[in-house]
Ligand binder design. Structure first.
Ligand code: F0G
Length: 456
Protein backbone atom coordinates (compact mmCIF):
# COMPACT_ATOMS: atom_id res chain seq x y z
CA UNK A 1 0.00 0.00 0.00
CA UNK A 2 1.23 3.52 -0.76
CA UNK A 3 1.65 6.28 1.84
CA UNK A 4 -1.66 7.86 2.80
CA UNK A 5 -0.98 11.51 2.05
CA UNK A 6 -2.52 14.74 3.34
CA UNK A 7 -5.48 15.16 0.97
CA UNK A 8 -4.94 18.91 0.51
CA UNK A 9 -2.47 21.49 -0.74
CA UNK A 10 -1.42 24.37 1.49
CA UNK A 11 -2.30 27.82 0.18
CA UNK A 12 -1.91 29.93 3.28
CA UNK A 13 0.53 29.30 6.11
CA UNK A 14 1.25 30.73 9.53
CA UNK A 15 4.55 30.57 11.39
CA UNK A 16 5.25 28.31 14.33
CA UNK A 17 7.64 29.52 16.96
CA UNK A 18 10.95 27.99 17.89
CA UNK A 19 12.43 28.41 21.35
CA UNK A 20 15.57 27.03 22.98
CA UNK A 21 15.61 24.51 25.81
CA UNK A 22 16.77 27.25 28.18
CA UNK A 23 13.93 29.54 27.11
CA UNK A 24 11.37 26.77 27.55
CA UNK A 25 12.63 26.03 31.07
CA UNK A 26 12.11 29.69 31.96
CA UNK A 27 8.71 29.85 30.23
CA UNK A 28 7.54 26.76 32.14
CA UNK A 29 8.68 28.23 35.43
CA UNK A 30 6.92 31.54 34.64
CA UNK A 31 3.79 29.60 33.68
CA UNK A 32 4.02 27.87 37.07
CA UNK A 33 4.23 24.46 35.38
CA UNK A 34 0.78 24.79 33.86
CA UNK A 35 0.88 24.89 30.03
CA UNK A 36 -2.61 26.47 29.95
CA UNK A 37 -0.76 29.59 31.12
CA UNK A 38 1.77 29.52 28.28
CA UNK A 39 1.26 32.00 25.45
CA UNK A 40 0.50 30.22 22.18
CA UNK A 41 3.42 31.90 20.40
CA UNK A 42 5.77 30.10 22.79
CA UNK A 43 4.45 26.70 21.66
CA UNK A 44 5.93 24.85 18.68
CA UNK A 45 3.33 22.10 18.16
CA UNK A 46 0.04 22.77 19.93
CA UNK A 47 -1.86 19.58 20.74
CA UNK A 48 -3.90 21.05 23.60
CA UNK A 49 -7.16 20.43 21.75
CA UNK A 50 -8.73 19.53 18.40
CA UNK A 51 -11.55 21.98 19.19
CA UNK A 52 -11.80 25.18 17.16
CA UNK A 53 -8.25 24.66 15.91
CA UNK A 54 -9.00 23.21 12.44
CA UNK A 55 -7.67 24.71 9.23
CA UNK A 56 -10.64 25.86 7.18
CA UNK A 57 -10.76 25.16 3.45
CA UNK A 58 -10.65 27.77 0.68
CA UNK A 59 -14.35 27.04 0.19
CA UNK A 60 -15.07 27.78 3.86
CA UNK A 61 -13.11 31.05 3.69
CA UNK A 62 -15.07 31.96 0.59
CA UNK A 63 -18.24 31.19 2.57
CA UNK A 64 -17.03 33.56 5.31
CA UNK A 65 -17.04 36.38 2.74
CA UNK A 66 -20.57 35.39 1.70
CA UNK A 67 -21.93 35.52 5.28
CA UNK A 68 -25.25 37.30 5.51
CA UNK A 69 -25.28 39.25 8.77
CA UNK A 70 -29.02 39.96 8.86
CA UNK A 71 -30.47 39.67 12.36
CA UNK A 72 -33.49 37.66 11.24
CA UNK A 73 -33.83 35.19 8.39
CA UNK A 74 -30.28 35.46 7.03
CA UNK A 75 -29.54 33.37 3.95
CA UNK A 76 -26.55 31.94 5.83
CA UNK A 77 -28.92 30.50 8.43
CA UNK A 78 -30.95 28.71 5.77
CA UNK A 79 -27.77 27.35 4.22
CA UNK A 80 -26.67 26.15 7.69
CA UNK A 81 -30.10 24.69 8.46
CA UNK A 82 -30.28 22.75 5.23
CA UNK A 83 -26.76 21.37 5.69
CA UNK A 84 -27.54 20.16 9.24
CA UNK A 85 -30.81 18.62 8.02
CA UNK A 86 -29.00 16.80 5.19
CA UNK A 87 -26.37 15.39 7.52
CA UNK A 88 -28.58 14.48 10.49
CA UNK A 89 -32.05 14.03 9.01
CA UNK A 90 -33.38 16.06 11.97
CA UNK A 91 -36.22 18.42 11.06
CA UNK A 92 -35.51 21.12 13.70
CA UNK A 93 -32.17 22.96 13.85
CA UNK A 94 -31.16 25.50 16.51
CA UNK A 95 -27.78 27.28 16.20
CA UNK A 96 -25.65 27.93 19.31
CA UNK A 97 -22.26 29.55 19.79
CA UNK A 98 -20.63 26.24 20.76
CA UNK A 99 -21.43 22.76 22.05
CA UNK A 100 -21.74 23.65 25.71
CA UNK A 101 -24.30 26.36 24.92
CA UNK A 102 -26.50 23.67 23.35
CA UNK A 103 -25.98 21.56 26.48
CA UNK A 104 -26.79 24.44 28.80
CA UNK A 105 -30.11 25.04 27.04
CA UNK A 106 -31.09 21.39 26.94
CA UNK A 107 -30.25 20.59 30.56
CA UNK A 108 -31.73 23.80 31.94
CA UNK A 109 -35.04 22.61 30.47
CA UNK A 110 -34.78 18.89 31.22
CA UNK A 111 -32.51 18.78 34.27
CA UNK A 112 -33.08 19.56 37.95
CA UNK A 113 -32.89 17.79 41.28
CA UNK A 114 -33.87 14.14 41.29
CA UNK A 115 -33.18 13.67 37.56
CA UNK A 116 -30.58 11.36 36.05
CA UNK A 117 -28.88 11.49 32.66
CA UNK A 118 -27.32 8.23 31.47
CA UNK A 119 -24.51 8.03 28.94
CA UNK A 120 -21.62 5.93 27.63
CA UNK A 121 -19.39 8.74 28.97
CA UNK A 122 -20.42 12.36 29.43
CA UNK A 123 -17.84 14.93 28.36
CA UNK A 124 -16.76 17.32 31.18
CA UNK A 125 -18.85 20.29 30.02
CA UNK A 126 -21.87 18.04 29.47
CA UNK A 127 -21.55 16.60 32.97
CA UNK A 128 -20.94 20.08 34.41
CA UNK A 129 -24.10 21.44 32.75
CA UNK A 130 -26.13 18.47 34.03
CA UNK A 131 -24.79 18.88 37.56
CA UNK A 132 -25.24 22.65 37.47
CA UNK A 133 -28.98 22.04 36.86
CA UNK A 134 -29.07 19.91 40.05
CA UNK A 135 -29.35 16.61 38.16
CA UNK A 136 -26.89 13.73 38.16
CA UNK A 137 -24.91 12.26 35.26
CA UNK A 138 -24.12 8.53 35.17
CA UNK A 139 -21.57 6.90 32.83
CA UNK A 140 -22.25 3.33 31.69
CA UNK A 141 -19.16 2.56 29.61
CA UNK A 142 -18.72 -1.01 28.31
CA UNK A 143 -16.12 -3.21 30.04
CA UNK A 144 -13.60 -3.07 27.13
CA UNK A 145 -13.54 0.72 27.41
CA UNK A 146 -12.15 0.55 30.94
CA UNK A 147 -8.84 -1.09 29.97
CA UNK A 148 -6.49 1.38 28.24
CA UNK A 149 -4.03 -1.15 26.85
CA UNK A 150 -6.41 -3.87 25.60
CA UNK A 151 -7.52 -3.23 21.99
CA UNK A 152 -11.16 -3.69 20.92
CA UNK A 153 -12.99 -2.22 17.91
CA UNK A 154 -15.68 -0.21 19.74
CA UNK A 155 -14.39 0.75 23.17
CA UNK A 156 -16.76 3.73 23.27
CA UNK A 157 -19.86 1.51 23.47
CA UNK A 158 -22.45 1.82 26.21
CA UNK A 159 -23.07 -1.20 28.46
CA UNK A 160 -26.60 -2.00 27.27
CA UNK A 161 -27.33 -4.42 30.11
CA UNK A 162 -26.31 -1.79 32.65
CA UNK A 163 -28.53 0.73 30.85
CA UNK A 164 -31.58 -1.50 31.30
CA UNK A 165 -30.70 -2.13 34.96
CA UNK A 166 -30.16 1.57 35.75
CA UNK A 167 -33.48 2.49 34.15
CA UNK A 168 -35.25 -0.14 36.30
CA UNK A 169 -33.43 1.02 39.41
CA UNK A 170 -33.99 4.79 38.96
CA UNK A 171 -37.35 4.72 37.16
CA UNK A 172 -37.82 5.87 33.57
CA UNK A 173 -39.79 8.91 34.78
CA UNK A 174 -36.64 10.24 36.49
CA UNK A 175 -34.47 9.90 33.39
CA UNK A 176 -35.15 12.80 31.00
CA UNK A 177 -32.59 11.65 28.46
CA UNK A 178 -29.93 9.11 27.50
CA UNK A 179 -26.89 10.60 25.71
CA UNK A 180 -24.49 8.72 23.46
CA UNK A 181 -21.17 10.54 22.96
CA UNK A 182 -19.59 9.75 19.56
CA UNK A 183 -16.71 9.28 19.54
CA UNK A 184 -16.16 8.93 23.27
CA UNK A 185 -13.76 11.82 23.93
CA UNK A 186 -13.08 11.19 27.62
CA UNK A 187 -12.53 7.50 26.88
CA UNK A 188 -9.78 8.15 24.36
CA UNK A 189 -11.73 9.11 21.23
CA UNK A 190 -12.97 5.52 20.95
CA UNK A 191 -15.88 4.84 18.59
CA UNK A 192 -19.39 3.53 19.25
CA UNK A 193 -20.79 0.83 16.95
CA UNK A 194 -24.00 1.18 14.98
CA UNK A 195 -25.31 -1.91 16.74
CA UNK A 196 -24.72 -0.30 20.13
CA UNK A 197 -26.47 2.90 19.05
CA UNK A 198 -29.39 0.86 17.68
CA UNK A 199 -29.69 -1.19 20.88
CA UNK A 200 -29.44 1.80 23.23
CA UNK A 201 -32.06 3.59 21.15
CA UNK A 202 -34.40 0.57 21.28
CA UNK A 203 -34.11 0.35 25.10
CA UNK A 204 -34.93 4.08 25.36
CA UNK A 205 -37.86 3.84 22.94
CA UNK A 206 -39.38 0.94 24.90
CA UNK A 207 -39.17 3.03 28.09
CA UNK A 208 -40.28 6.33 26.51
CA UNK A 209 -36.93 8.04 27.24
CA UNK A 210 -35.54 10.48 24.64
CA UNK A 211 -32.23 9.32 23.13
CA UNK A 212 -29.75 12.02 22.05
CA UNK A 213 -26.33 11.89 20.42
CA UNK A 214 -23.45 14.18 21.42
CA UNK A 215 -22.32 14.40 17.81
CA UNK A 216 -19.05 16.42 18.06
CA UNK A 217 -17.05 13.76 16.22
CA UNK A 218 -19.85 12.10 14.20
CA UNK A 219 -17.80 11.81 10.98
CA UNK A 220 -14.84 10.14 12.69
CA UNK A 221 -17.27 7.73 14.37
CA UNK A 222 -19.02 6.99 11.05
CA UNK A 223 -15.69 6.22 9.43
CA UNK A 224 -14.76 3.78 12.21
CA UNK A 225 -18.11 2.03 11.65
CA UNK A 226 -17.33 1.76 7.94
CA UNK A 227 -13.91 0.31 8.66
CA UNK A 228 -14.72 -1.98 11.56
CA UNK A 229 -18.38 -3.00 11.65
CA UNK A 230 -19.61 -5.90 9.50
CA UNK A 231 -22.05 -4.78 6.83
CA UNK A 232 -20.84 -1.17 6.50
CA UNK A 233 -17.72 -1.40 4.31
CA UNK A 234 -19.74 -0.71 1.16
CA UNK A 235 -21.76 2.20 2.57
CA UNK A 236 -20.81 5.86 2.26
CA UNK A 237 -20.02 7.99 5.32
CA UNK A 238 -23.02 10.32 4.78
CA UNK A 239 -25.24 7.23 4.62
CA UNK A 240 -23.74 5.81 7.83
CA UNK A 241 -24.07 9.18 9.60
CA UNK A 242 -27.72 9.43 8.57
CA UNK A 243 -28.40 5.93 9.89
CA UNK A 244 -26.71 6.82 13.20
CA UNK A 245 -28.85 9.93 13.62
CA UNK A 246 -31.99 8.03 12.53
CA UNK A 247 -31.94 6.17 15.88
CA UNK A 248 -31.83 9.44 17.86
CA UNK A 249 -34.48 11.91 18.93
CA UNK A 250 -31.98 14.72 18.73
CA UNK A 251 -28.35 15.75 19.04
CA UNK A 252 -26.01 18.37 20.44
CA UNK A 253 -23.02 19.36 18.37
CA UNK A 254 -19.84 21.37 18.74
CA UNK A 255 -19.02 22.53 15.22
CA UNK A 256 -15.49 23.24 16.52
CA UNK A 257 -14.72 19.57 15.91
CA UNK A 258 -16.25 17.69 12.95
CA UNK A 259 -17.34 20.79 11.03
CA UNK A 260 -13.86 22.35 10.75
CA UNK A 261 -15.19 25.60 12.23
CA UNK A 262 -13.33 27.83 14.67
CA UNK A 263 -16.54 28.47 16.61
CA UNK A 264 -20.14 27.24 16.58
CA UNK A 265 -22.54 24.48 17.49
CA UNK A 266 -26.15 23.44 17.34
CA UNK A 267 -29.05 21.51 18.76
CA UNK A 268 -31.14 19.42 16.39
CA UNK A 269 -34.25 17.43 17.25
CA UNK A 270 -37.57 15.98 16.17
CA UNK A 271 -39.87 17.12 19.00
CA UNK A 272 -41.52 20.50 18.43
CA UNK A 273 -42.57 21.06 22.07
CA UNK A 274 -39.00 20.66 23.28
CA UNK A 275 -37.76 22.83 20.41
CA UNK A 276 -40.12 25.66 21.39
CA UNK A 277 -38.75 25.63 24.94
CA UNK A 278 -35.17 25.52 23.64
CA UNK A 279 -35.79 28.43 21.30
CA UNK A 280 -37.24 30.53 24.15
CA UNK A 281 -34.12 29.99 26.19
CA UNK A 282 -31.94 30.52 23.11
CA UNK A 283 -33.34 34.00 22.60
CA UNK A 284 -32.60 34.95 26.22
CA UNK A 285 -29.07 33.54 26.32
CA UNK A 286 -27.65 33.13 22.82
CA UNK A 287 -29.57 35.19 20.31
CA UNK A 288 -32.42 35.05 17.84
CA UNK A 289 -33.38 31.65 16.39
CA UNK A 290 -31.69 32.27 13.03
CA UNK A 291 -28.24 33.03 14.41
CA UNK A 292 -28.03 31.75 18.01
CA UNK A 293 -24.84 33.47 19.14
CA UNK A 294 -23.06 33.18 15.79
CA UNK A 295 -22.26 35.58 13.00
CA UNK A 296 -23.72 34.80 9.58
CA UNK A 297 -20.20 34.04 8.36
CA UNK A 298 -19.76 31.36 11.04
CA UNK A 299 -23.02 29.72 9.93
CA UNK A 300 -21.64 29.59 6.37
CA UNK A 301 -18.35 28.04 7.49
CA UNK A 302 -20.21 25.35 9.45
CA UNK A 303 -22.66 24.62 6.61
CA UNK A 304 -19.71 23.93 4.29
CA UNK A 305 -17.49 22.16 6.87
CA UNK A 306 -20.20 19.67 7.87
CA UNK A 307 -20.22 18.30 4.33
CA UNK A 308 -16.45 18.48 3.78
CA UNK A 309 -15.67 16.48 6.89
CA UNK A 310 -17.41 13.41 5.44
CA UNK A 311 -14.98 13.17 2.51
CA UNK A 312 -13.50 9.69 2.79
CA UNK A 313 -10.02 10.67 1.59
CA UNK A 314 -9.95 13.18 4.43
CA UNK A 315 -11.24 10.68 7.01
CA UNK A 316 -8.82 7.99 5.87
CA UNK A 317 -5.92 10.44 6.32
CA UNK A 318 -7.33 11.73 9.61
CA UNK A 319 -7.73 8.33 11.27
CA UNK A 320 -4.46 7.09 9.77
CA UNK A 321 -2.47 10.02 11.17
CA UNK A 322 -3.62 9.20 14.72
CA UNK A 323 -2.85 5.49 14.14
CA UNK A 324 0.54 6.42 12.72
CA UNK A 325 1.62 8.37 15.80
CA UNK A 326 0.17 5.77 18.16
CA UNK A 327 1.98 3.00 16.25
CA UNK A 328 5.36 4.75 16.32
CA UNK A 329 5.07 5.26 20.07
CA UNK A 330 3.86 1.72 20.71
CA UNK A 331 6.75 0.27 18.69
CA UNK A 332 9.19 2.27 20.85
CA UNK A 333 7.64 0.83 24.02
CA UNK A 334 5.87 4.04 25.08
CA UNK A 335 2.69 3.25 27.05
CA UNK A 336 -0.20 4.47 24.85
CA UNK A 337 -3.93 3.81 24.91
CA UNK A 338 -4.95 1.14 22.38
CA UNK A 339 -6.25 1.05 19.78
CA UNK A 340 -5.72 4.58 18.41
CA UNK A 341 -8.82 6.75 18.76
CA UNK A 342 -10.22 9.26 16.32
CA UNK A 343 -8.78 12.61 17.36
CA UNK A 344 -6.01 12.16 19.91
CA UNK A 345 -3.20 10.02 21.23
CA UNK A 346 -3.38 9.24 24.93
CA UNK A 347 -0.24 8.47 26.93
CA UNK A 348 -0.50 6.49 30.15
CA UNK A 349 1.51 8.69 32.52
CA UNK A 350 1.33 6.26 35.44
CA UNK A 351 3.28 3.73 33.38
CA UNK A 352 5.41 6.34 31.63
CA UNK A 353 6.65 7.87 34.92
CA UNK A 354 6.12 5.05 37.45
CA UNK A 355 8.51 6.68 39.95
CA UNK A 356 6.21 9.72 40.41
CA UNK A 357 3.40 9.11 42.94
CA UNK A 358 -0.13 10.14 41.90
CA UNK A 359 -0.20 12.95 44.45
CA UNK A 360 2.73 14.49 42.55
CA UNK A 361 0.74 14.48 39.31
CA UNK A 362 2.70 12.29 36.86
CA UNK A 363 0.40 13.41 34.00
CA UNK A 364 1.16 17.07 34.56
CA UNK A 365 4.82 16.27 34.96
CA UNK A 366 4.77 14.50 31.57
CA UNK A 367 2.92 17.43 29.97
CA UNK A 368 5.68 19.75 31.25
CA UNK A 369 8.41 17.36 30.11
CA UNK A 370 7.03 17.32 26.55
CA UNK A 371 6.93 21.08 26.47
CA UNK A 372 10.42 21.43 27.91
CA UNK A 373 11.96 18.84 25.60
CA UNK A 374 10.27 19.86 22.36
CA UNK A 375 7.84 22.77 22.71
CA UNK A 376 4.87 20.38 22.42
CA UNK A 377 1.73 21.29 24.37
CA UNK A 378 -0.65 18.54 25.50
CA UNK A 379 -3.09 18.32 28.37
CA UNK A 380 -3.23 16.26 31.55
CA UNK A 381 -6.36 14.15 31.97
CA UNK A 382 -5.75 12.73 35.40
CA UNK A 383 -5.68 13.76 39.02
CA UNK A 384 -4.98 17.44 38.36
CA UNK A 385 -8.15 17.58 36.25
CA UNK A 386 -10.37 15.15 38.19
CA UNK A 387 -8.73 14.64 41.60
CA UNK A 388 -10.67 15.52 44.75
CA UNK A 389 -9.62 15.84 48.38
CA UNK A 390 -10.53 13.52 51.25
CA UNK A 391 -11.60 14.99 54.62
CA UNK A 392 -7.99 14.70 55.87
CA UNK A 393 -6.72 16.75 52.92
CA UNK A 394 -5.15 13.80 51.09
CA UNK A 395 -5.68 13.44 47.34
CA UNK A 396 -8.43 11.17 46.03
CA UNK A 397 -6.83 10.42 42.66
CA UNK A 398 -8.55 9.96 39.29
CA UNK A 399 -8.89 6.41 37.95
CA UNK A 400 -6.31 7.03 35.20
CA UNK A 401 -3.36 9.42 34.80
CA UNK A 402 -3.40 10.25 31.09
CA UNK A 403 -1.89 12.86 28.82
CA UNK A 404 -3.93 13.75 25.74
CA UNK A 405 -2.27 14.93 22.56
CA UNK A 406 -5.22 16.09 20.45
CA UNK A 407 -4.49 16.54 16.78
CA UNK A 408 -6.02 19.64 15.14
CA UNK A 409 -7.72 18.87 11.80
CA UNK A 410 -5.73 19.53 8.59
CA UNK A 411 -3.15 21.64 10.50
CA UNK A 412 0.03 19.59 10.94
CA UNK A 413 1.83 17.50 8.34
CA UNK A 414 3.48 14.12 8.67
CA UNK A 415 6.86 15.67 9.49
CA UNK A 416 5.31 17.54 12.42
CA UNK A 417 3.89 14.23 13.63
CA UNK A 418 7.27 12.51 13.18
CA UNK A 419 8.85 15.26 15.27
CA UNK A 420 6.23 14.76 18.00
CA UNK A 421 7.00 11.02 18.08
CA UNK A 422 10.76 11.73 18.30
CA UNK A 423 10.31 14.10 21.24
CA UNK A 424 8.06 11.69 23.14
CA UNK A 425 10.46 8.79 22.57
CA UNK A 426 13.38 10.95 23.73
CA UNK A 427 11.51 11.95 26.89
CA UNK A 428 10.65 8.28 27.44
CA UNK A 429 14.30 7.27 27.17
CA UNK A 430 15.23 9.81 29.88
CA UNK A 431 12.13 9.34 32.01
CA UNK A 432 13.98 8.76 35.30
CA UNK A 433 15.17 12.39 35.27
CA UNK A 434 11.67 13.90 35.57
CA UNK A 435 10.27 14.85 38.97
CA UNK A 436 6.73 15.27 40.24
CA UNK A 437 4.89 18.53 40.94
CA UNK A 438 2.92 19.95 43.85
CA UNK A 439 0.10 22.48 43.66
CA UNK A 440 0.75 25.93 45.11
CA UNK A 441 -2.50 27.65 44.03
CA UNK A 442 -5.85 26.29 42.84
CA UNK A 443 -9.51 27.16 42.40
CA UNK A 444 -12.32 24.98 43.77
CA UNK A 445 -13.80 24.23 40.30
CA UNK A 446 -11.98 23.14 37.11
CA UNK A 447 -8.65 23.82 38.80
CA UNK A 448 -6.51 22.39 35.99
CA UNK A 449 -7.08 25.46 33.81
CA UNK A 450 -5.48 27.91 36.21
CA UNK A 451 -3.61 25.95 38.91
CA UNK A 452 -0.04 26.94 39.73
CA UNK A 453 2.48 24.21 40.55
CA UNK A 454 6.13 23.80 41.45
CA UNK A 455 8.62 20.92 41.35
CA UNK A 456 8.14 18.55 44.30
N1 F0G B 1 -18.96 17.19 23.91
C1 F0G B 1 -17.76 16.64 23.63
C2 F0G B 1 -17.66 15.16 23.40
C3 F0G B 1 -16.61 17.46 23.54
O1 F0G B 1 -15.43 16.91 23.26
C4 F0G B 1 -16.75 18.86 23.76
C5 F0G B 1 -15.57 19.74 23.73
C6 F0G B 1 -18.01 19.38 24.02
C7 F0G B 1 -19.10 18.51 24.10
C8 F0G B 1 -18.25 20.85 24.26
O2 F0G B 1 -18.14 21.56 23.08
O3 F0G B 1 -16.19 23.10 23.44
O4 F0G B 1 -17.91 23.56 21.68
O5 F0G B 1 -18.47 23.82 24.07
N2 F0G B 1 -14.38 19.32 23.79
C9 F0G B 1 -13.16 20.11 23.71
C10 F0G B 1 -11.96 19.22 23.90
C11 F0G B 1 -13.15 21.32 24.55
O6 F0G B 1 -10.83 19.76 24.01
O7 F0G B 1 -12.10 18.00 23.91
P1 F0G B 1 -17.64 23.10 23.07
Amino acid sequence: MKTIIEPFRIKSVEPIYFTTLEERKRILENARYNPFRIHADQVLIDLLTDSGTSAMSARQWAGIMMGDESYAGSTSFFHFESSVKDVTGMPIVIPTHQGRAAEKILFTILGGKGKYFLSNTLFDTTRANIEFSGAEGIDLLCEEGKHPSIPAPFKGNMDIEALGQKINELGAANIPMVIMTVTNNSGGGQPVSMQNIREASAVCKAQGIPFFIDACRFAENSYFIKRREPGYAGKTVPHIALEMFSYADGCTMSAKKDAFANIGGFLAMRNLDLALQCRNLLIITEGFTTYGGLAGRDLEAIAIGLKEVMDEHYLEYRIRSIEYLTGKLYDAGVPVMLPAGGHAVYLDAKEFLPHIPVDQYPGQSLVCALYEAGGIRGVEIGSLMFGKYAADGSLLPAALELVRLAIPRRVYTQSHIDYVAEVIIEVFSQREQYRGLVITEETPLLRHFTAALKPA
